[in-house]
Design a binder for this molecule. Structure first.
Ligand SMILES: [Zn+2]
Ligand SMILES: [Zn+2]
Length: 108
């Protein structure tokens, strides 16, 4: 999954001019991707407005570290590292707030 570099929120697949891109629902940032299937999200139900369930959920057992949540200010979060596909890019550290469930990232 990909996140908006400005807002840090999940980019969602969207059709644009016959191609599918990933778009930030907040600022409109778009990202072209080679294979959109890699980034699709699965919704629990088409009818409800529930938050989409990501195909790539955070692993269930994660270490907890001190990290301040940008949303609620809670100071403990679970964390894990995702190696990006390109060897040139640094690995990315993800945090998930213990309290509100907010997920954010930080370059390691
Ligand atoms: Zn954005
Ligand atoms: Zn939080």
């Amino acid at each position: 999954m990909k996140f908006c570099p400005t807002c840090g929120i999940l980019l969602l697949p969207k059709k644009a001019g016959g191609k599918t891109v990933l778009q930030c629902s907040s600022c409109g940032y778009t990202l072209k991707v080679a294979n959109i299937e890699d980034y699709k999200v699965v919704k629990k139900s088409e009818k409800s407005d529930e938050i989409p369930v990501l195909e790539e959920e955070a692993p269930s057992t994660l270490p907890v570290t001190k990290a301040k949540c940008p949303k609620c200010g809670h100071d403990k979060a679970q964390w894990w590292i995702r190696q990006t596909r390109s060897a040139d890019e640094p690995s990315t550290r993800f945090y998930k707030c213990e309290k509100c469930g907010k997920i954010w990232r930080e370059y390691a």
